[in-house]
Write a protein that binds this ligand. Structure first.
Ligand SMILES: [Fe+2]
Ligand SMILES: [Fe+2]
Length: 273
């Protein structure tokens, strides 16, 4: 069994300061095998915001796998935005923009979908080369390992969110990743915790992976949800997904079961039992 904590969109600069220590404690108490953080570490890519994000990551005292978000690229510093968009992210958060983690039960691959050129790439994008890299990496991985892809920009949307917020080239990327039996897609960007099946949006060739969105603990828009993060307990052929939401009355993050999924020939299905 593996415990994977999924945090996203911490947005240091707009994080709810009162929640930082409770969040750190909640994550530590879970003793995760890995903490995946799917981008937007900062609000405006300022050095001080990155320094605070770095201190938070260090304070978790856990293995982490991180990818950048669009807010980790300076917005108004045009020289830096165009010349070295992720220089500060690389300095403070991770020099590796496409990190990997592997153990006996899972392989987790991070993909940088943040782009400095908003036009023509929109909010974020998956390139053909990035898909090639993942397929190459998954080629010789035993079927028994869970295959997890981490991006900032999402492959699916909660109801009511406009399609332009999907990761660019999502159809091309998903068609090929589904064919490579990718099991789980973790992302953020929308600040709304949500789970759906790949087959809900895509023709997945009979393999339905799960698309999992994490919420945020920042004070930016959260679609009416409380500050939250996700916890996945992975024990193939099962996945249990829980949302940990901030509960004022408990003065802490409390867990809510979202679903138990079981793997079958056609992918992950909701376990009714
Ligand atoms: Fe964000
Ligand atoms: Fe974002």
């Amino acid at each position: 069994m593996r415990t994977l904590v999924h945090l996203s969109d911490l947005h240091f600069g707009r994080i709810d300061r009162a929640l930082v220590e409770p969040l750190r404690r909640a994550v530590s108490d879970l003793q995760p095998d890995l903490v995946a953080i799917s981008g937007d570490f900062t609000q405006r890519a300022r050095r001080s915001q990155f320094a605070d994000a770095r201190a938070f990551i260090d304070s978790l005292k856990a293995k982490t796998l991180v990818v950048p978000g669009n807010h980790d690229i300076p917005l108004y510093d045009f020289v830096e935005r165009l010349a070295a968009p992720l220089a500060r992210y690389r300095k403070y958060i991770s020099a590796d923009l496409e990190p990997e983690y592997q153990d006996e039960e899972m392989i987790v691959l991070g993909v940088n979908t943040a782009r400095s050129m908003v036009f023509p790439f929109g909010e974020g994008r998956f390139s053909m080369q990035q898909v090639d890299r993942i397929l190459e990496r998954l080629k010789n991985i035993p079927k028994s390992l869970l295959r997890v892809i981490v991006t900032h920009h999402p492959f699916d949307l909660p109801p009511g969110v406009h399609e332009r917020r999907l990761v660019g080239r999502y159809a091309m990327a998903m068609e090929r990743l589904a064919a490579a039996s990718a099991d789980l897609f973790l992302s953020g960007h929308l600040h709304i915790s949500h789970v759906s099946h790949v087959a809900d949006r895509y023709k997945a060739g009979g393999h339905a992976g799960l698309i999992v969105q994490a919420g945020t603990v920042s004070t930016r828009g959260r679609g009416g949800q409380a500050p939250s993060f996700n916890v996945l307990r992975l024990h193939r052929p099962g996945i249990e997904l829980e949302r940990y939401s901030w509960d004022d009355s408990a003065a802490g993050f409390t867990s809510l079961p979202v679903g138990r999924y079981r793997h079958s020939d056609s992918g992950w299905t909701l376990d009714k039992k």
